[in-house]
Design a protein around this ligand. Structure first.
Ligand code: SF4
Ligand code: SF4
Length: 374
């Protein structure tokens, strides 16, 4: 017997769930996307070597996909596009990658995090290692979990406030035109290739924390995840549980990497659900736990989810390519010109810097985005 809507009804005979799990496919897609990122990293290394040689080495084209690692510049480009109707020619691929990721989350929830993001793959792998080493991972107490989870929203709020409230179209254009934005991909490359001791310690601590607390970075600190968590709430696809056929085994909640109590709800409505489908795969009863479209009220095939996520990503980035908004409009000569002064360019760090971008003369504005590092 089971209780539903205050009534006690007879539980139907449990039919074994024979549907094939999708986790291997998910892992394969995650691995392929991570391999693509590694390839982008290698091409970037060769491009930077060309710049470091002052143009003496043979030229290797800059991979446009590297713009996907510039989320702030991409967010500004998006806002600039919304304001002016124009796509800024510096790092335009980042804008299309951002749009692709947002569209994936609008359709399939926060699926980018568990199906495509290379940091998500590292985080999962490290979490699995922790589970193997210690037999379990720590679930942070609820009273601490909530404030920690809000940290990523504070970071997102800070970026959103700086861009959407403090910057007008002029300030946006001046920032996007600035030498700092022009070389932001090269600076980002050096951040990782020439990593400071402090940054290395921070990365090391985050990795260690991710061993004991599953997805520590993603759950508590990633502002990208916060943005997708919010957009995912609008997604028409949600995990549904049939409380009548459910045998209350709790396997779904145990398998959920986001610590969602799947076994206690009828519909998973959570900014932490990454549509990884782990819960659906482990459910032992057929037609009890599934991803449902609120439009058709029918379960969505797991393979369709995999195909859909990849197809949306390829479609939006493909539009960027065929519309001629993929390649950077920065020539290798421009990169070479700025290579020597690269380390003197810094981004605005205070609201005063943004105020200067909005109001002062072009010279003062340039200093707001090209002043020596503080
Ligand atoms: S509720 Fe299911 S789909 Fe969502 S994160 Fe948890 S295991 Fe993944
Ligand atoms: S895995 Fe979850 S939904 Fe499936 S039977 Fe067990 S408790 Fe119910």
């Amino acid at each position: 017997m089971t209780k539903t809507a205050g009534r006690t009804v007879a539980r139907p005979k449990a039919i074994k769930n024979r549907e094939k799990p999708i986790q291997k496919t998910r892992l394969a897609i995650q691995a392929a996307f991570s391999a693509l990122c590694v390839w982008i990293g290698v091409e970037m290394l060769l491009f930077v070597r060309y710049l470091e040689s002052g143009g003496a080495r043979s030229f290797v084209e800059r991979p446009p996909g590297v713009d996907g690692f510039l989320p702030i510049s991409s967010l500004m480009n998006l806002y600039y596009w919304m304001h002016s109707g124009e796509i800024h020619p510096y790092h335009p691929a980042g804008l299309f990658i951002l749009l692709a990721i947002i569209l994936v989350s609008l359709v399939f929830g926060k699926a980018f995090c568990s199906w495509l993001c290379p940091v998500g793959l590292i985080s999962e792998t490290v979490g699995d290692l922790g589970k193997k080493l210690f037999g379990r991972t720590i679930r942070v107490w609820r009273w601490l979990d909530y404030p920690l989870r809000s940290l990523k929203y504070l970071l997102l709020g800070f970026f959103a406030y700086s861009i959407f409230f403090l910057m007008n179209e002029i300030a946006l254009k001046r920032f996007l035109d600035s030498p700092y934005n022009l070389v932001s991909d090269i600076k980002m490359y050096y951040f990782f290739a020439d990593i400071s001791q402090f940054a290395l310690i921070v990365v090391g601590v985050l990795l260690l924390l991710s061993i004991v607390v599953r997805n520590f970075w993603c759950r508590y600190l990633c502002p990208y995840g916060a943005l997708l968590g919010l957009t995912s709430l609008l997604s028409p696809h949600k995990i549904k549980r049939d409380p009548i056929s459910c045998i209350d085994c709790g396997k779904c909640a145990k398998a959920c990497p986001s610590s969602i109590k799947v076994d206690k709800v009828k519909t998973v409505i959570s900014d932490e659900c990454t549509t990884c489908l782990n819960c659906v795969d482990v459910c032992p009863v057929a037609n009890t736990l599934y991803l449902q479209s609120t439009a058709t009220k029918k379960p969505v095939n797991k393979r369709l989810v995999a195909v859909g996520i990849v197809a949306i990503f390829m479609l939006v980035t493909g539009i960027g390519i065929v519309s001629g908004n993929w390649q950077n409009d920065i020539t290798p000569q421009q990169y070479l010109q700025h290579q020597g002064s690269l380390h003197s360019y810094g981004h605005p760090t205070r609201t005063d810097d943004i105020e200067r971008l909005r109001h002062e003369s072009p010279d003062a504005q340039q200093s707001a985005v090209s002043s020596p590092r503080r």
